[in-house]
Write a protein that binds this ligand. Structure first.
Ligand code: RP5
Length: 164
């Protein structure tokens, strides 16, 4: 699986100002060699584009969508409204409320249209990518192997930790 083949995952975000955190999702997908695309799409500022993108995602071959947004964060919910692909929401850390607004807006989807919500900010972005890899790995043994290796290396780093 190479990075430049047809994207399996889309990383979308409400504003370019989200990229600092959302880059962690893209970087992690890159590490796993998962072809993906990253772009800005806003539920508020470009509602038609967001709808068009989400409605066409499955036909384009995408399998998972990661959506980061902050404040009154509707992007993940709106995306999920237009597709049955798994949508992973990442609440951005907002200035006013430190991301509590984003978290509640993203996580509290009424029953019927799910959004899998991750932690606020960079940790959530990275975990969204790892979860996307885990979803893809259900039908891709090479990715499952990479996930096992990732966990083993992570464990080894902790085991090797020394405190001065
Ligand atoms: C949301 O508004 C974006 O996801 C971003 O987190 C927040 C602020 O956007 P900017 O004003 O920085 O463009 O739509």
């Amino acid at each position: 699986m190479s990075d430049d083949s047809k994207p399996l995952v889309a990383v979308i975000m409400g504003s370019k100002s989200d990229w600092d955190a959302m880059r962690a999702a893209s970087d992690t997908l890159k590490e796993f060699g998962v072809p993906h695309e990253s772009r800005v799409l806003s539920a508020h500022r470009t509602p038609e584009l967001a709808a068009e993108f989400s409605a066409g995602a499955e036909a384009r071959g995408l399998e998972v969508i990661i959506a980061g947004a902050g404040g009154a964060a509707h992007l993940a919910g709106v995306t999920a409204a237009y597709t049955t692909l798994p949508v992973l929401g990442v609440p951005m850390e907002s200035q006013a409320l430190k991301g509590m607004d984003s978290l509640l807006s993203t996580v509290q989807m009424p029953a019927g249209v799910p959004v899998g919500t991750l932690a606020i900010g960079k940790a959530g972005a990275k975990n969204a990518a790892l979860l996307a890899v885990a979803i893809l790995a259900n039908s891709r043994p090479d990715l499952r192997k990479k996930l096992h290796r990732f966990r083993a290396e992570q464990k080894q780093k902790i085991v090797n930790e020394t405190l001065a």
